[in-house]
Design a protein around this ligand. Structure first.
Ligand code: XLS
Ligand code: NI
Ligand code: NI
Length: 441
């Protein structure tokens, strides 16, 4: 069946349009206006919203206590290739109706892994051809690809950090194919999320050796992709725990240190996920700021956790205040380097109507759009920037400036301290800063 003749899965739902905040239409954007220019770029360019294939077209709401509830109409064919094509049809229909430009995938989201590696390679090649056609027809693009090197039991002790060389080699083979698929689909980036790269117990783990293996593994993966002509970014997606007790890519700071230690910092940047930040006991804005400081703010996986239980619940973003604070960092950093905003989020298990997944993505996009508009206003028409700059103004001239220029030593500071005597307190004005954020929301 040619893609253009494919059946309609989301019947009765028209393409989602921007109608503005006065609209009562639940199936319309209230704030996300793709063509609206904010701070020199359209919203569409700022965000590059992407759909996560795994949550939206594969995960049907199963949890450790029960099976899925969502019963996808495209998940009926017994032939894996037909099932994969049906899923691709549904995916491209959905992304098109949302008006988004991008998707992201793991290799075996696209098509079910086969009993043998050789057969898996064939299946991937077939579905990649099919998706290539769908991309051409629709103009929808691939933000990033990745490999699922964590679900199959063979990876229970890790992939590139597995103590068994042969399992590590298998992960290498799989990632070669995932890179090939990403390149064939013109992927703009490639993601490494640490999956099971970490440990359950340090007692049976040689951490130093595992980290060296991971460093070497990422280097040869990069070298392979570059040799195939891949020009995009590689991203590390930090997460502190889950599935392992301790994940090696704990947070942005850890991942950046790792990349620098293994000489990977030129090709790799960071993909920051909100719920992973909160699992690491950080805010999202903290993680963004750490990556931006290193010049490595690559991409965002948008979602949110649950404040009461702290789990990786991957709920859709809806917290305007937090997202506004994140957008302040985002705008200050000049946006993302190569990446976009991927909704790595799933609807709840009891959200079982066909329109629920539309409401979820509409809400997520509107949250980011509203936060971007607010952050832009805060920067351009409040005292926020000048208040913050003022706190550092003693470094703008005189001895403070000399210090920043590397002209002072510790003896100089000693002399200045002696001359100054006791100093007046300088307020941090946190409550005023907080009020400014709320005023513009
Ligand atoms: C899991 C991760 C995963 C990555 C891609 O927690 O968020 O979905 O984004 O492997
Ligand atoms: Ni996650
Ligand atoms: Ni993610």
């Amino acid at each position: 069946m040619s893609p253009s003749l494919s059946k309609e899965y989301f019947k009765g739902i028209d393409p989602i349009k921007f109608e503005g905040k006065e609209s009562d239409n639940p199936l319309a954007f209230k704030y996300y206006n793709p063509s609206q220019i904010v701070c020199g770029k359209t919203m569409r360019e700022h965000f590059k919203f992407a759909i996560a294939y795994w949550h939206t077209f594969c995960g049907q709401g199963s949890d450790p206590f029960g099976p899925g509830t969502q019963n996808f109409a495209w998940d009926k064919a017994s032939d894996p290739i037909q099932a994969a094509k049906d899923k691709a049809d549904a995916a491209f229909e959905f992304i098109g109706k949302m008006g988004f430009d991008y998707f992201c995938f793991h290799d075996y989201d696209l098509v079910q892994e086969a009993p043998t590696f050789a057969e898996s390679e064939k299946r991937l090649a077939m579905i990649v051809d099919y998706i290539k056609q769908k991309k051409e027809e629709t103009g929808i693009k691939l933000l990033w690809g990745t490999a699922n090197c964590f679900s199959n039991p063979r990876y229970m002790n890790g992939a590139s950090t597995n103590p068994d060389f042969n399992v590590m080699a298998r992960a290498g083979g799989q990632i070669k194919l995932a890179l090939d698929a990403t390149i064939a689909l013109n992927g703009e980036n490639y993601v490494f999320w640490g999956g099971r790269e970490g440990y359950m117990s340090l007692l049976n783990t040689d951490m130093g050796r595992e980290l060296d293996h991971m460093g070497r593994f990422l280097a040869i993966a990069r070298d392979y992709a570059r040799a195939q002509g891949f020009k995009g970014n590689f991203f590390i997606e930090p997460k502190p725990m889950e599935p392992m007790k301790h994940q090696y890519d704990f947070d942005s700071a850890t991942a950046i240190g790792f990349l620098k230690e293994y000489g990977l910092e030129k090709d790799f940047k960071i993909n920051i996920e909100v719920n992973h930040a909160t699992l690491a006991q950080h805010t999202m804005q903290h993680e963004l700021a750490v990556a931006a400081k290193a010049g490595m703010l690559g991409s965002i996986d948008a979602n949110r956790g649950d404040y009461q239980n702290g789990w990786d619940t991957d709920q859709f973003p809806n917290n305007i205040q937090e997202t506004t604070e994140a957008m302040l960092v985002f705008l200050k950093a000049g946006g993302l380097q190569g990446g976009g905003v991927n909704f790595d989020a799933k609807i709840r298990r009891n959200s079982t109507d066909m329109d629920d997944v539309f409401h979820a993505h509409i809400g997520g996009a509107d949250t980011f759009a509203r936060a971007l508009l607010t952050a832009d206003k805060i920067i351009t028409s409040s005292s926020y920037n000048s208040l913050r700059d003022h706190r550092y103004s003693t470094f703008d001239s005189g001895k403070g400036k000399d210090f920043e220029a590397g002209k002072l030593d510790l003896n100089d500071l000693y002399k200045i301290a002696m001359e100054n005597g006791e100093l007046p307190l300088q307020s941090g004005k946190q409550e005023l800063f907080e009020n400014i954020i709320n005023q513009f929301i």
